[in-house]
Write a protein that binds this ligand. Sequence first.
Ligand SMILES: *Cc1c(COP(=O)(O)O)cnc(C)c1O
Length: 368
Amino acid sequence: MLFIRSDLSQLAAYKTQHSDDSQQTTIDRVDVNESPYDLPDQLKQKLSWTYQQTIENNRYPDGGYEGLKNAIAEYVNESSNSTFTADNLSIGNGSDELIRSLLIATCLGGEGSILVADPTFSMYGILAKTLGIPVVTIGRSLTNFEMDLVAAQGAIAQTLTPPIRAVFVVHPNSPTGNALTKAELTWLRDLPQTILVVIDEAYFEFSQTTVATELAQHPNWVILRTFSKAFRLAAHRVGYAIAHPELITALEKVRLPYNLPSFTQAAALVAIAHRHELLSTIPLMLTERTRLIQAFSQRPEFQVWESAANFVYLRLKEINTQPRLAEICQTLKAQGTLIRQTGNGLRVSIGTPEENQRTIERFNTLSF
Ligand SMILES: *Cc1c(COP(=O)(O)O)cnc(C)c1O
């Protein structure tokens, strides 16, 4: 079809393992870092009531999200001792949408390239490419996954066409689980104001590390957060950006008018109102994370890293080939555990204690 942009022929649609066989309840889905816990029944009932009593299906959603923004601002402020308001927030249909909005607002139309350090969240590169935005990729340390800052600085200093307009980092990174290091933070602080710094804090509730307190000093920084992980709302698609009001204004310009369905807004409001209950599973998940790391460490074949998020990353010490990693995923899947092969390694999400127990047992049956 000659009317389709020619560069799209290089790309494939984003597919997850979820659509088909993984829906069986016998499968432990520890591959996409969701919370293993659904909403408590009481909250589901509350949401059902909201659906029946207050949502007018024939009406467009409230498109301003003022109530939700105020609630999010309060949550962000209480967890970072800040004074953000609704003017500092834009809400997306998942933070994926905000990533795309940021790309549209900064790099589209041949105005900019982006910089990422692999391995990292794949969506930055994927969405950039769908918009025809060039992606500059640098590497990371093999020991602690710190970005290759010499290469990063080199890429910025280079006279690229188009120049790097946005740097994307995850804090803590996925799939490697490490928080930004001192050197990385220093480098990000020193970047010129002509470059947007996107700091994705999707796993903030697990890491409790945030750059929110520094945001006021850096108008070229934006923090992304999501309700898809610790808040247990992956099904509803809610993410938010925290930034200087001028950047928020730009994001609001490129946003679709009704990007957040009414029921999604209701779910996010309920989740924030009940945040203490929803986030109360986190300490247990962190204990379970230690248990998984210890169990994996006992296999001499694997190198395992500490993690500040709700997943563990490991690599094979020898024969760390893609086919070998794929084979491990297949073997585990056949036994009922879905994990993720990514970034030259394996990423295992923290599940319920029972799921983790099965993950450990199934890993122990792997032969080399
Ligand atoms: C899971 C995740 C997100 C969340 O995306 P949503 O679109 O909000 O579900 C964003 N960034 C990173 C790094 C993630 O791992």
